[in-house]
Design a protein around this ligand. Structure first.
Ligand code: ATP
Ligand code: MG
Length: 359
């Protein structure tokens, strides 16, 4: 059988990004050849140190190579300067725009033996809502003087495509379960989050469009669909997190919910994410550059390994993704070789080796 070649850009960035991104490469290289995949890697620059060296946090060359030569990428972390630095802006935010990565996908999962097991994915729309950043400051005696306002823009097109992606993720999670990935869920469920009781036009449009998209023939009868107003969603997310499988939300609620959900699992070192567009995905651990632990070989590589699997899911390599997820779950369930953020004593290298062995 001819192998499918996937070209992956590697952008370690700053801090522990440089310690964990190599683990992503190694797990891809360790996948059994029977899966029919071959990987080619390109090392790419971005981040604060790149900015200090070259004057650009995201060099044009990095964007061009990603666009023209890569199927996907792994992005480590960039350190955020403590003060505003002139000319510096976040390279990952710029990449999302330049590559039209319209979805941010964040799976949040604990071991199934936990007292309150969690296994959900938050799918956040990433191009509009209040994040169009159309703000202005005005002055009017009617408001007692100075006031400010911002546009919340919601389109049917963006709402429909994000809801469709959520439906597809719910279906794929079902087939990952069939491929041996452990889960607390039996049937696919998508929860649409909004505040349409107050914002009947903007969130109302998100809600009705998402409903419509999820009523498509390939979902109906298989994917269950429910709605939850965002404030009661937060309440239930903390009280009863096991109730959620896939959550789809407009940009702002998605941002808040995904950080809130990440807090439920104990360490940032476990939580992956992906930035996804048409036929392209960047896997990115949720954590930052963690300057407090950098250079000590103790960063937890699991967020990156899971981000690598998540990237593969969107590149159509589901079986390979399932292998990685199962190997990571195996390491966590056994609990013998854990990094210090999880209360263990293992180094980054020992955790990586244990997971590679399970692969
Ligand atoms: P940045 O400005 O780059 O976001 P930060 O100081 O906010 O850096 P984070 O990377 O966001 O740091 O991490 C927050 C905390 O979680 C830190 O104490 C860090 O050590 C810890 N942490 C983050 N990622 C990991 C990881 N992979 N393994 C272990 N601990 C981690
Ligand atoms: Mg941070």
């Amino acid at each position: 059988m001819a192998s499918r070649v996937l070209r992956i850009g590697l952008i370690p960035g700053d801090g522990i990004g440089r310690e964990v991104i190599p683990a992503g490469r190694r797990i891809l290289e360790a996948l059994p050849s029977s899966l029919g995949l071959k990987f080619e890697f390109t090392d790419l620059q971005a981040g604060f140190e790149t900015f200090e060296k070259t004057g650009a946090a995201l060099p044009d060359k990095t964007v061009e190579i990603l666009k023209n030569e890569c199927n996907g990428a792994l992005f480590g972390a960039v350190s955020s300067p403590s003060k505003v630095v002139k000319g510096y802006s976040s390279p990952i935010v710029a990449l999302r725009k330049k590559l039209d990565l319209y979805a941010n996908v964040r799976p949040v999962k604990t071991v199934l033996t936990a007292a309150k097991p969690i296994d959900m994915v938050i799918v956040r729309e990433n191009t509009e809502d209040l994040y169009v950043k159309e703000e202005r400051t005005l002055d009017d005696p009617a408001y007692g003087g100075k006031y400010a306002e911002a546009i919340k823009r919601i389109s049917a097109r963006a709402s429909s495509r994000i809801a469709t992606m959520a439906g597809e993720i719910a279906l794929r999670r079902q087939s990952l379960r069939a491929n041996g990935v452990s889960s607390i869920h039996k049937a696919p469920l998508v929860t649409i989050t909004h505040k349409s009781n107050v914002l009947s036009q903007t969130d109302g449009l998100f809600r009705s469009t998402a409903r419509e998209a999820l009523a498509a023939p390939r979902f109906s009868g298989t994917v269950n669909v429910e709605e939850q107003i965002v404030d009661s969603m937060v309440y239930k997310l903390f009280r009863q997190p096991e109730a959620y499988d896939v959550i789809v939300a407009p940009n702002l609620y998605g941002d808040i919910l995904s950080d809130g959900a990440a807090a439920l699992v104990g360490s940032l070192g476990l939580v992956p994410s992906a930035n996804v567009g048409e036929g392209f995905a960047i896997g990115e651990p949720c954590h930052g550059s963690a300057p407090d632990i950098m250079g000590q070989n103790i960063a937890n590589p699991i967020a990156t390994l899971r981000s690598t699997a998540l990237m593969l899911e969107f590149l159509g390599a589901e079986e390979a993704a399932a292998r990685i997820y199962a190997a990571v779950d195996g390491n966590l369930e056994e609990g013998r070789l854990l990094s210090p953020d999880l209360g263990g004593k293992a180094t980054t290298e020992e955790v990586v080796q244990d997971i590679l062995r399970r692969l």
